[in-house]
Design a binder for this molecule. Structure first.
Ligand code: ACO
Length: 707
């Protein structure tokens, strides 16, 4: 039986193995923090020397302790960790936090594996190694070697970066940000973000979770867990390491189209996770999300005494996804009694610089008590019209009355007295900012989280694909030692998926060619078939859009002539006659097994849009039609599919169906590492799509990967 996660956060007794009397050592700091943090359970420092630390008796070994221990903190050098872990497992400890560095992060993967195996053998869970510890408000436990003095609150932080995590303790203190938990996950040898999220989602103290991620392990489970958690609590993520290495490692064209970071970004959005660009932005978001009430609607109103910052805030609303209320009659009606004669009730509502503090407060009041308006963005430029102390009192009063009713953010701009007001109000937990964008950004995060919860997540039933038929095709290719399918094999897979590939035949004489063209149906395409000629177009070995017999005759002769001239000794096996696919918008639909996240579907427009603009979208597979349509709509070049310059709208529904099928195939048939239809030509609405080329890479049962 694996120990339940609750015991990690709310242990009845804690042992510190490697506790030290030396205040310079980590083994001392941890005991000191546990004691000064106010932990109420049993504390057992362990050190062979015995003695006393901060008045607590030091035990020479675990065996000498009678009671049960839920949590062990290990602070002994790497060479001693395995034997300590074995002793802890023997003692029946539920969870072990291994602070020690010097494992997989420096390449000692086997050593780390042995530690995890020794623990798992007795059902003990490992947090770390290479962590700074854990703080849990549930038990007032500060088992970290951080600076101490953590304030209890509603935000849980899970961090992979140790140094940044420790620094966050100080930052939370200076920002008056209370924590429900702070967990360092380090090497994630056993316990990872998903395990912790499972606990945090049902922890009543936690209102919002902040994840700092450097690299993803077990991404498929993380996506599944996050999708569930975000429906109950907002999750904010900061991810460093926007590196291209992941993309380079990916085998397929689709894989290299965008870096691993683009996949992470899209998948987080799919899960409803809010991705912050910086630590400061993440802090601003979680602080706001921890206390702001859920919006009751999407219509926000800006109240300002300066036209300029009103416009800036309008821009910021567009950037962060905050919608502005624009029912002019309702606005006029709401502000009729409070708007000074010189003001404008258009949103942004501009009271102008002549407004007094009282004008300002009553206008805010008008927004906040009106059911048609759902959030207030209050902007203020310092003027001689309002005394700052009085202004501060009015803001405090307005916020106090509506803080649990409607989302409100404030942005104040001015000199030293305004800076002081900002500091004072912020220290009281009032969402006041010195910049318009900084104020709108957390409101945007709140709205994004809210929209995700509101969306209907139900997707249609799974698609039926004859996966066994696909496997049979892979098996026969694998038997030849190949990890990729030849064109005709890929076409067979396409057929299983219900996709029609261009029909084609190989002709070995002119008569044959004419016969084949008749069979395929005009117009046709002709291509030389020769393993000696790789670049067919360069050799003059391709002819397009041939409408009748005479064009086929001319093209056949020209192709042979050109190719012989291009390469004298080339062995020409024949000429392929294929159906000419009529032009449309070229797209790429793909799906692959991502090294971090497992099955992932991909969509983009063909040509430069994908190659140069990296305009692609990813989602964790399988996806249903709703998500597939969302993928299509989320690329920047989407308007081209809606029809530009008088063209009609393209058949995006047909594209969505292909995305759904490919995504189900990679999710069900795990041997496939990459499948890509490039191009998938899209026609006008109701006219469907045509797959021109399909590429499939797979892993053979022996693990032979595609070359
Ligand atoms: N059982 C009990 N006590 C033991 C055992 C044992 N098996 N073995 C050693 N000890 C005692 C030692 O005698 C010592 O006590 P003492 O001070 O009375 O002599 C104490 O445990 C600590 O052992 P030291 O050999 O003194 O080791 P030290 O404290 O210098 O280092 C540590 C241990 C901190 C675990 C170190 O090896 C390490 O990994 N440091 C890095 C920690 C880190 O940075 N983690 C990542 C955090 S995140 C970030 O990046 C900030």
């Amino acid at each position: 039986m694996k120990a339940e996660m609750k015991r990690l956060f709310d242990p009845r007794a804690v042992a510190v193995i490697g506790a030290s009397t030396n205040p310079a050592k980590i083994g001392f700091r941890v005991v000191e923090n546990i004691v000064s943090g106010g932990y109420g359970g049993g504390i057992y420092p362990i050190n062979p020397r015995g003695g006393e630390i901060l008045g607590l008796p030091v035990h020479s070994s675990l065996e000498s302790i009678d009671g049960e221990i839920d949590l062990g903190i290990v602070s002994v050098p790497a060479s001693g960790v395995l034997s300590v872990v074995e002793a802890c497992a023997e003692k029946g400890i539920g969870h072990l936090v291994v602070l020690t560095s010097g494992f997989s992060e420096v390449g000692k993967i086997d050593e780390e594996r042995r530690v995890v195996d020794a623990a798992a053998a007795k059902g003990m869970r490992i947090l770390g190694p290479n962590v700074f510890g854990i703080y849990s408000a549930a038990s007032s436990l500060d088992a970290t070697f951080g600076p101490g003095g953590i304030m209890a609150g509603r935000v849980a932080i899970v961090t992979q970066s140790g140094a940044l995590g420790i620094a966050m303790i100080g930052k939370t203190a200076s920002e008056a940000l209370g924590l429900s938990a702070l967990v360092s996950v380090g090497n994630k040898s056993d316990i990872d973000e998903s395990d912790l999220l499972e606990y945090l989602v049902s922890d009543d103290r936690t209102a919002v979770v902040l994840l700092y991620i450097e690299g993803v392990k077990g991404g498929e489970r993380l996506v599944e867990t996050l999708s569930r958690v975000t429906r109950r609590k907002p999750v904010v993520v900061i991810k460093s390491g926007r590196s291209k290495r992941g993309a380079m490692a990916a085998a397929s064209h689709t894989g290299s189209l965008a870096g691993a970071d683009a996949v992470f970004d899209d998948l987080m959005r799919q899960c409803g996770v809010l991705r912050a660009k910086s630590v400061q932005e993440a802090f601003d978001w979680v602080r706001y999300l921890a206390f702001a009430p859920r919006p009751t609607g999407g219509d926000a109103v800006i109240v300002t005494n300066g036209g300029g910052i009103g416009v800036l805030a309008t821009d910021a609303c567009e950037e962060y996804g905050v919608e502005l209320y624009d029912d002019q009659c309702a606005l006029q009606d709401a502000f009729a009694d409070v708007m000074p004669a010189f003001g404008s009730s258009k949103n942004p509502v501009d009271l102008t610089g002549q407004a007094t503090a009282e004008d300002y407060a009553s206008s805010l009041d008008a927004v906040l008590r009106d059911d048609r308006m759902h959030a207030a963005i209050a902007l203020y430029c310092e003027t001689a019209m309002a005394d700052s102390a009085r202004f501060e009192r009015l803001l405090r009063d307005v916020y106090g009355r509506y803080r649990d009713v409607k989302p409100i953010v404030f942005s104040l701009f001015g000199g030293e007295s305004i800076a002081k007001t900002i500091r004072t109000l912020r220290s009281e937990g009032i969402p006041v900012f010195g910049d318009v964008y900084a104020a709108v950004s957390p409101l945007g995060a709140l709205y994004n989280a809210w929209r995700h919860v509101k969306v209907n997540h139900e997707e249609e039933a799974a698609v039926q694909i004859d996966v066994e038929a696909v496997r049979a095709i892979l098996r026969s290719a694998g038997a030849e030692g190949r990890g990729f399918l030849l064109a005709h094999e890929a076409a067979q897979v396409a057929e299983v998926l219900g996709l029609r590939m261009p029909t084609s035949r190989i002709a070995r004489s002119l008569e044959d060619a004419l016969d084949a063209a008749d069979g395929v149906g005009y117009p046709v395409v002709m291509k030389v078939v020769s393993k000696d000629i790789i670049h067919k177009s360069d050799a003059g070995g391709v002819a397009l859009d041939l409408d009748d017999e005479s064009e086929v005759v001319d093209a056949y002769q020209a192709i042979l002539r050109n190719c012989r001239a291009y390469k004298r000794n080339a062995v020409i096996e024949g000429v392929e006659i294929a159906e000419m696919i009529r032009p449309g918008v070229e797209t790429i639909v793909g799906a692959r097994r991502d090294p971090s996240f497992g099955p992932v579907a991909m969509f983009g427009l063909g040509g430069i849009y994908v190659e140069v603009m990296k305009d692609v979208s990813f989602r964790a597979a399988p996806v249903g039609p709703m998500t597939a349509n969302e993928m299509i709509a989320s690329i920047r070049s989407y308007p081209l599919l809606l029809g530009v310059r008088g063209e009609s709208r393209k058949d995006t529904e047909a594209v969505a169906k292909v995305i759904v099928k490919l995504s189900h195939l990679v999710a069900e048939c795990r041997e496939i590492t990459d499948i890509e239809i490039n191009p998938l030509v899209v026609y006008d609405q109701e006219e469907g799509v045509r797959a021109v080329d399909v590429r499939i890479l797979f892993e053979t049962p022996k693990g032979v990967k595609a070359t």
